[in-house]
Design a protein around this ligand. Structure first.
Ligand code: ATP
Ligand code: MG
Length: 759
């Protein structure tokens, strides 16, 4: 080591250096965005490893995402090379907990190969329990209970810890018992849900002091990134692991920023940061005030904005970047389509200047906003990747909706029919669906046709027959309407009448509002096409796109998943009241909700190194009507001297942004938003955006035709004795195409020839 110390310390400022070198005792690094918190953690690990204070396996490091864990691993390897043995336990709270649980599974009544349930499995399991308890799922939806489970588990509560009052209202006082039954059932299935990973780990530690002691000996150093977003269970988990030593000697280092706490809605507790000094007396607190990421202008915009929050610890932030840099731009556009076009143009321009696509990101508030950008980039041939979720057209709700539309346009589309025949749930079990598919195969007919055949027989139970008859009736009616009703409107009717929209409305999981928004966005996007066929053709082409992730690509993601990341250029679209700040968050959490939204805006702006480009749409199309949108109140909270306002939208002229309260935005008559844009403008816009119709035509009458056609006549004769797979022996008393009437011992039944053998 040279006089200046090891190379990994070079370039760190004195506070960062102190945070790296203070390896013993509790340490809290409380600092704003881009001040090097994550870098400090990484360097700290490198330091511990290279000075041999501990081996890799003796270090526990918690990141917020798996991606962050991978990046940290790479950076540590770069800093210390491969000379040190073993890598730290590096991962999210959940991944590390899973690893621990697998090692001691038998102590929490699991086997080491236990399954981790996804949400769908979880819901199915709850439904079974509700049914077993004779609880009406319509009144007490499984999803609602899943939400309660989540809350309890985030708070570290086992069934016995849940107060009767807390669980009381669900199913009239049976919530707690259901929770206990649910947990017991998981054990039988050798499974754990996501929340269990932490909860069962906590139970493991509490009930097995010897196991906990083993980890106390093992983890000599613990580090946690993004501590402001930890929840109660995670806090308890950490506390237990830190208890190997007196609290004042725990080698626990947590880093965080109260201004970036954005998961309050999921049970995160900013208070964990405030409590740290109390729980770990004598903890050293280090503040980092130099921001190495963003230009002065970007930082000024972010600091100014977040100052409008009342509940904060208060920190100073100074930029280390010499130039003031470009101004933060606020561009007012006509609508989201123009927004996407604008962003696309800018990206291409930067690309021509030699900037890689990797250095650019689009951060949206709600996932439905992604569609317009994805479409634009596909048109432009610009590589993009969606981070933290599927691309728009790959989302489950979008695929379901498209499946309905495809069956309407093409009743022979068996794959689509199969996808939605029991979505929403129509009480058609696996056996029924297998029967439909089997018939389709044997009759060599599309699924809809096979279904039509079956419902005219008694192969299926009357209830299922009725259900299927109604569904086919609906499809007939939709196909009929497809000739007269504009297809976007038809799509909306289909989603409503099929019960698909209602399914997500009844769904109480946190992602269902987003799904409903995506469905609305899908309907909106249909308006750009002249025909349903044209729209579906477009979708096929878009969905069929090569999904291999290109090396160099623009990132599209939500603000939530952008935490901890940085990009040279950051686009922040959709800064409109209701969308951002989100009306839903404000309705649910009130003032606290508004502050959480503002922190999200702060996170968004501070992702930018060189450029932050905000946009606001003047109009949104809602239910086919153009409505003017109110610009986000956050725009008024940006300092005038660093913001440059552009208006590319047609109708209204220059706004006085940045004037704080003086801006006309928030004085705008709220009823403004009820005015519809004049028809001619609307028509003009549609003209401009309409894409050519595809070659597809509607084949709505195909089903009807196939069914009326008697088809090949049956190989069975009147009076013949036959064997039916389910009903046994009988005599043929009627033949009508492939449908037979047979006298069985149990009575006369109409059946399909596919299920009959010659006796
Ligand atoms: P966030 O709150 O957004 O998670 P952070 O505090 O974790 O931010 P980092 O991501 O660690 O900040 O650092 C931000 C950027 O500043 C990174 O590119 C990092 O490499 C750089 N950086 C950090 N410290 C220094 C330093 N002393 N000298 C030069 N660059 C630095
Ligand atoms: Mg960080």
């Amino acid at each position: 080591l040279g006089r200046r110390g090891p190379s990994y310390l070079e370039g760190l400022n004195p506070e960062q250096r102190e945070a790296v070198l203070t390896t013993e005792g509790p340490l809290l690094v409380l600092a704003g965005a881009g001040t090097g918190k994550t870098r400090v953690l990484t360097t700290r690990i490198a330091h511990i490893l290279s000075t041999r204070l501990a081996r890799g396996a003796e270090i526990l490091a918690v990141t917020f995402t798996n991606k962050a864990a991978r990046e940290m691993k790479d950076r540590i390897a770069k800093l210390v090379g491969s000379s040190v043995e073993g890598m730290p336990w590096l991962g999210t709270f959940h991944s590390i907990s899973a690893r621990i649980l697998r090692r001691h599974a038998e102590l929490v009544d699991l086997r080491s190969d236990f399954t981790i349930l996804d949400t769908d499995d979880q819901i199915r399991l709850i439904k079974q329990l509700l049914e077993a308890e004779n609880i009406d799922e319509k009144r007490w939806p499984a999803r609602q209970f899943a939400g309660m489970l989540d809350t309890w588990k985030n708070r570290g509560l086992l069934p016995r810890d849940v107060s009767a009052a807390d669980a009381g209202f669900f199913a009239n006082g049976r919530g707690r018992k259901l929770y206990a039954d649910y947990q017991a059932r998981l054990k039988v299935l050798n499974a754990a849900d996501f929340g269990d990973l932490l909860l069962e780990c906590i139970r493991l530690f509490r009930e097995n002091p010897d196991v906990l002691a083993e980890y106390h000996r093992r983890f000599r150093y613990m580090l946690v990134d993004e501590y402001q977003d930890s929840n109660v269970a995670q806090y308890l988990w950490l506390r237990l692991l830190a208890q190997g030593k007196p609290a004042s000697e725990a080698n626990l280092c947590v880093v965080g920023d109260d201004d970036q706490s954005i998961y309050g809605w999921r049970g995160a507790e900013v208070d964990n940061i405030l409590r740290f000094e109390k729980d770990f007396p004598g903890a050293k607190v280090i503040k980092l005030e130099r921001n190495y990421r963003s230009t002065a202008n970007i930082l000024s915009a972010a600091s100014h904005l977040i100052a409008f929050n009342e509940s904060r610890l208060g920190k100073t932030l100074q930029t280390d970047v010499a130039e003031r840099g470009e101004t933060v731009s606020v561009t007012s556009v006509w609508d989201s389509e123009e927004e996407a076009r604008q962003v696309g143009e800018e990206i291409e321009q930067y690309q021509r200047q030699g900037e890689p696509l990797n250095s650019m990101a689009i951060l949206v508030r709600a996932s439905f906003q992604m569609r317009e950008f994805e479409e634009r980039f596909i048109t432009l041939g610009l590589n993009y990747r969606v981070i933290g979720g599927p691309r728009f057209y790959e989302r489950r709700e979008i695929r379901d909706a498209i499946a309905y539309l495809r069956v309407v346009a093409n009743p022979s589309d068996s794959l689509s029919f199969e996808r939605i025949v029991n979505v929403p749930k129509r009480g058609l079990g696996d056996t029924t669906i297998r029967m439909l598919m089997e018939t389709a195969r044997l009759q060599n007919a599309p699924l809809t046709v096979a279904t039509r055949m079956l419902i005219e027989t008694e192969e299926l139970k009357p209830k299922q027959r009725t259900t299927l008859r109604e569904l086919l009736g609906q499809f007939d009616s939709w196909s009929e309407r497809a000739r007269a009703v504009p297809h976007a409107e038809l799509a909306e009717q289909i989603l409503d009448e099929s019960g698909y929209t209602a399914m997500w409305q009844a769904d109480k999981s946190p992602d269902s509002p987003g799904r409903l928004e995506n469905l609305k966005e899908l309907v909106r996007s249909m308006e750009e096409f002249e025909t349903l066929g044209g729209f579906l053709e477009h979708i096929s082409l878009v969905m069929d796109r090569d999904t291999v992730d290109a090396e160099d690509a623009v990132s599209i993601m939500t603000l939530h998943s952008a935490k901890g990341l940085e990009f040279d250029t950051v686009f922040l679209p959709g800064w409109e009241e209701g969308l951002f700040p989100s009306q839903r968050t404000m309705d649910e959490l009130g003032r606290a909700g508004l502050e959480e939204e503002r922190r999200l805006a702060y996170v968004g702006i501070t992702r930018a190194r060189k450029r932050a480009r905000i946009s606001v749409s003047q109009n949104r199309r809602i239910h086919g009507l153009w409505q003017s949108a109110l610009p986000s109140r956050f725009l008024d909270e940006l300092p005038a001297d660093v913001v440059e306002v552009k208006d590319t939208g047609s109708s209204y002229g220059g706004y006085g942004y940045g004037g704080g309260a003086a801006s006309r935005f928030n004085k705008m008559d709220p009823f403004d938003s009820l005015y519809e844009t004049p028809g001619w403008q609307r028509a003009q816009r549609q003209q401009a955006s309409r894409k050519s119709a595809g070659p597809m035509t509607i084949e709505g009458d195909l089903v009807a035709r196939s069914v009326n056609d008697p088809g090949t006549s049956s190989a069975f004769k009147l009076g013949e004795t036959v064997l039916h797979l389910k009903f046994g022996h009988g005599t043929v008393t009627g033949v009508e195409g492939n449908k037979l009437t047979i006298d069985f011992e149990t009575g006369r039944k109409k059946v399909l020839d596919s299920f009959i053998r010659k006796a």
